[in-house]
Design a protein around this ligand. Structure first.
Ligand code: HXC
Length: 515
């Protein structure tokens, strides 16, 4: 019989072998690609000394294609628990040095086991993806594994935050787990996501394209919207994850971490942010910074659909979600992508009990053949659905333009806003004054000797009558017309009196949003 001491030595030796992953050569190759090895990634992301690994000795059971001769360390994935900012998380990281991080059934079952744990214990689940996709030798076992992961992604959706970090290839069906999670992080030169790789594209379509151009970090952060956060290095990416987790709850039953409130430190006077000429753009993030605690704002989807800004900040130490039209891009219109971006963010906030503050300045939905054919009706409806469905406290401040469908869509009273404030610069009308005057005063303008002068008179008449907040206020659609300098104080008050909000919704299995 071996003594316990000898057993411990044997255990350490066994662990050391597995912890080497795919071996020195493969690790060197990983490092040469500018990528950290999987275990180091976990250690860099989690609080020091907090990681505990499970299922280190899990082995695959595949016997075909010479697999019976292959020992795969940890079956190519590392799983465990630890803490970030002192709060517990579940985590897995695919190890590309072990058979390209490819996913077989046991590899998948390690992942689903840690996902089940995260859901049962109500903590965030973080997946670091670095894999060649379904392990080709395992065939159907690998496909089954993916299905079991997707099923859990869906069950966990809205219960615990799910985070995907793409730190290598994420190819084939593998892309759909990240796509089902709440936040996807990518890193320049390292992340690659695509359903069909360049080799297959060349064979089938005869087109030559690099992995980077097909689905590199920038493509997903800027064009497809698949990625919510973009970083230049793995270290920057880990910092972004920590910042995000500091702002969101552990699950849908707990509040987000509350910290000591700090006054905004943004120095520009809030009254000077919006230019006096209503046609001049400005950066709405300045308004957010003038309102949020410590002027801290964590923007999500920063590079995609920039005509709308979404992200988290704090008010009086508690997390809120900001949704704001961005006049710097496309005058802040709602188009297909901006609608998808806003709707998804609103639904995250609602699922995790985060109040929503909407800042509105936009001329409406984007007109034109491109948008109509791209489905702006279907996509735009998502914003209406998400705001109407949300039962968290919902507050809107109309800063400037609130025209047409945009007025309704951006959390209007009519979609259930709890508080509606408008600055005196607000223009709330069915459409912009020029367009409106051209239609309703068409006859007068056409018959006038000086058409331009008459148009100007009629535009001004329309502005005087409707392009202000007082008509809406007279109907009770706006609760208060406020000075910009009063905004933070009123928002803090509105949030403080909304803590126990209960909003009736008819019983149903679930709604059918315009996905
Ligand atoms: C088995 C794999 C593998 C896979 C890579 N490897 N992908 N083994 N199954 N899917 C192995 C390689 O054979 C190699 O083993 C090692 O991992 C490293 O791979 P390399 O090709 O040398 O690395 P690199 O040049 O960096 O290229 C990485 C890659 C490429 C771009 C990811 O490996 C690749 O294209 N793989 C296939 C990607 C793909 O089409 N996946 C889709 C699978 S089908 P050795 O022993 O030489 O070190 C799918 C459908 C699932 O996912 C649907 C679910 C719904």
């Amino acid at each position: 019989m071996m003594s316990l001491k000898k057993n411990i030595v044997a255990l350490r030796q066994k662990k050391a072998i597995v912890e080497k992953g795919g071996g020195e050569k493969a690790i060197e190759k990983q490092l040469a690609m500018g990528k950290l090895p999987a275990r180091e990634r976990i250690l860099a992301l989690l609080d020091t000394d907090s990681f505990h690994e499970y299922d280190l000795f899990v082995e695959h059971e595949e016997r075909n294609f010479g697999m019976d001769q292959k020992k795969l360390a940890g079956d190519g994935v590392i799983t465990g628990t630890g803490t970030i900012n002192g709060a517990p998380v579940c985590i897995y990281a695919q190890d590309f040095t072990v058979m390209g991080g490819s996913l077989g059934l046991k590899h998948a079952r390690k992942i689903t086991k840690i996902m089940d744990h995260a859901l049962k214990m109500k903590m965030p689940c973080i997946g670091i993806n670095d894999s060649g996709g379904a392990r080709i030798q395992e065939g159907i076992g690998a496909l089954a594994g993916y299905g079991e992961i997707f099923y859990r992604n869906t069950l966990a959706s809205g219960v615990i935050p799910q985070i995907s970090v793409i730190l290598g290839p994420c190819a084939g069906g593998a892309v759909y787990s990240p796509a089902l999670t709440d936040f996807v992080f990518v890193v320049e030169n390292i992340s690659k996501m695509f359903i069909t790789g360049p080799n297959v594209i060349e064979t089938v379509l005869g087109e030559k394209i690099s992995q980077e151009d097909l689905g590199g970090a920038r493509i997903h952060a800027e064009i497809t919207g698949n990625a919510h956060f973009y970083a230049l290095s793995e270290q920057e990416c880990f910092k972004q994850i920590k910042d995000l987790l500091a702002l969101i709850p552990q699950n849908n039953e707990e509040p987000a971490p509350i910290i000591k409130p700090k006054e905004p430190k943004f120095r520009k006077n809030i009254e000077n942010i919006i230019p006096s000429d209503p046609k001049q753009p400005y950066d709405v993030r300045d308004v957010i910074k003038a309102l949020a605690d410590d002027s801290h704002f964590l923007e999500i989807h920063e590079l995609w659909a920039a005509n709308i800004v979404v992200g988290f900040g704090r008010m009086n130490g508690e997390t809120v979600g900001f949704v704001a039209n961005q006049p710097l891009y496309l005058a802040g219109v709602l188009d297909c992508d901006a609608s998808d971006k806003a709707a998804r963010f609103i639904r995250f906030c609602d699922a995790f009990n985060i109040p929503i503050i909407t800042l509105e300045d936009m001329p409406g939905y984007l007109p034109g053949v491109d948008q109509e054919h791209a489905g702006v009706i279907r996509h735009g409806a998502k914003v209406l659905y998400a705001y109407s469905e949300a039962t968290v406290p919902k507050i809107t401040v109309i800063l400037r333009k609130a025209y047409g469908g945009g007025y309704i869509a951006m959390n209007s009273r009519h979609l259930g806003a709890d508080f509606m404030f408008a600055w005196p610069s607000a223009e709330i009308a069915v459409m912009g004054p020029e367009g409106a005057a051209n239609i309703i005063f068409k006859k007068e303008i056409e018959e006038a000797e000086d058409k331009d002068a008459m148009r100007q008179i009629k535009v001004q008449e329309y502005i005087d009558k409707f392009a202000n907040p007082y008509v809406a206020a007279s109907k009770g659609f706006i609760d208060a017309v406020i000075e910009p300098s009063e905004t933070r104080g009123l928002l803090l008050h509105a949030l403080s009196v909304s803590r126990k909000k209960y909003d009736y919704r008819p019983a149903k299995k679930h709604g059918i949003p315009p996905f």
